[in-house]
Design a protein around this ligand. Structure first.
Ligand code: FRU
Length: 466
């Protein structure tokens, strides 16, 4: 049993000091008080409070240790760090309490995670559970699910969902032929699980991480993060390539089969987005948060927040919907309550100074076929739309070496841009959330200029500090 609030006072002291000196400190995104944060875990609303657990190395800035940390919130925008929730303190999980999910049943909070053991260099993964009645202390259950034959020990990230007649558990997996898959289990009591079958696989993947499955307006969305590894060209180590994807389709609960109804697509078009997880809140909203971000090794090594003793953050919580065969992601409505000091800028101005790095920029286009360019923070991030080619491109200055990186998408028209910038992140919601670019960026607190060009008669750029 673990009690979490012991070191709260220490965390508060660190945060106040950071806020005074640290130009990258977020104001409305979840960041760890210290150490390294990665995947969101166990997202749930329990007794009215939002619980966002996460992967956490509270002792260092690398991936050598993993437990679950916890943030809670009454409203998805004001977050309180609650410190540690589940620790690697028994044989099944002594080398890591890895990612997983949460459900509420009979007034209790059930957490499902992967216990990792690497004794004598041999990896063993088990799907484990912990239960809480008060949301403060978590009692690990003795029953753990062993990996069935046919899979390697890359078997992790249990996502438990309520089905029509049973509970389902999806597990990110690798088959014995070393290709990626999602494994499906069922249970009546959340404790005893039966392996059913491979729910999804793909020959070109080597592992699938962090699966999820949910229904939006009658379409089932299967989420997985396919991963491939190849030896680095210089012969030193491996290059890991992975991204967050989703596949629309149908889930036949009688047969336990997922039938894809369209191609696999990127969840996010930006640079920094991985391991999204969703949950249904008490208002019936399907809310998603992802890790922003899974940087490559060079970027992680050079990430400027490390000088302040922490690294990485989560995205804004976003509401998911399925409209016109498209996955829409919109900031939760609560994020708009952060708006202060609204101003608008017309086509005569072409640049202005933001007060600080925490702002929203909203542009509703009256002419969706007009070209547009918009730059944040003295061109640290540039956004451009070209109607002749129907391309939207986002570039940023890389903090490793200062080079320019770009991402682009085909876009028949640009009807709306809603940009949420925090001190060192930008989430660009295109056309009311039909596409999103998520990214980190790092620049000095003096670089606050916003430049724009291409507004047509009657268009106004709305600016709010957040
Ligand atoms: C994804 C992941 C998961 C794993 C966790 C470990 O980022 O690799 O598959 O459970 O991170 O921290």
């Amino acid at each position: 049993m673990v009690r979490w609030p012991q070191s709260l006072l220490f965390f508060c002291m660190v945060s106040i000091e950071d806020a005074m000196e640290n130009p990258y400190k977020m104001s409305y995104h979840i960041e760890p008080p210290q150490g390294l944060l990665n995947d969101p875990n166990g997202l749930v609303q329990f007794n009215g409070t939002y619980y966002f657990f996460h992967q956490w190395n509270r002792f260092g800035l690398d991936h050598s240790y993993k437990e679950w940390g916890l943030f809670t919130s009454p409203d998805l925008v004001r977050w309180q760090s609650q410190g540690s929730a589940i620790l690697p303190d028994r044989e099944e999980d002594e080398h890591g309490v890895h990612s997983g999910s949460a459900v509420v049943q009979d007034g209790k909070l059930y957490l499902f995670y992967t216990g990792s053991n690497k004794r004598d260099g041999v990896r063993t993964s088990r799907q484990c559970a912990a239960v809480s009645e008060n949301g403060r202390s978590f009692l690990k259950l003795p029953e753990c699910v062993e990996t069935p034959p046919g899979f390697t020990q890359h078997h992790r990230d249990p996502k438990v969902i309520r089905g029509r007649d049973c509970w389902w558990m999806l597990v990110g997996a690798q088959k014995e032929d070393l290709t990626g898959a999602v494994a499906l289990y069922s249970s009546q009591d959340l404790t005893h699980w039966t392996y059913e079958r491979v729910l999804y696989d793909h020959d070109l993947d080597q592992v699938c991480e962090c699966p999820d499955l949910f229904s939006l307006e009658g379409t089932e969305i299967l989420v997985c993060c396919p991963q491939t590894r190849k030896p680095a060209p210089d012969g030193r180590g491996e290059i890991v390539d992975s991204y967050a994807s989703y596949i629309p389709g149908t889930f036949d609960e009688d047969l336990g089969i997922f039938q894809p109804g369209g191609p696999r697509q990127r969840f996010d078009c930006g640079f920094d987005f991985y391991s999204p997880q969703t949950f249904l809140d008490q208002n019936g909203r399907r809310i998603m948060t992802g890790w922003m971000s899974r940087m490559d090794d060079e970027q992680e090594a050079a990430c400027p927040t490390k000088a302040y003793g922490y690294i990485h953050c989560l995205t804004l919580p976003r509401v998911l919907t399925w409209e016109h065969d498209t996955l829409y992601q919109r900031p939760v409505q609560e994020a708009y309550s952060l708006r202060r000091n609204g101003r608008t800028y017309g086509r005569t101005a072409d640049s202005f100074q933001a007060e600080n790095g925490h702002f929203e920029l909203l542009l509703k286009r009256t002419n969706p076929d007009a070209p547009l360019s918009l730059s944040l923070r003295d061109h640290t991030v540039d956004i451009a739309y070209w109607p002749e080619t129907h391309i939207m491109r986002v570039t940023r200055q890389n903090w490793v070496g200062g080079g320019i990186q770009s991402r682009e998408i085909p876009l028949p028209e640009l009807t709306q841009l809603d940009i949420f910038s925090d001190a060192s992140s930008a989430e660009i919601f295109v056309n009311d959330g039909a596409a999103v670019f998520s990214m980190r960026y790092f620049t000095g607190s003096e670089n606050l200029r916003i430049d724009y060009a291409g507004l047509v008669q009657g268009e106004r750029l709305e600016y709010y500090t957040l």
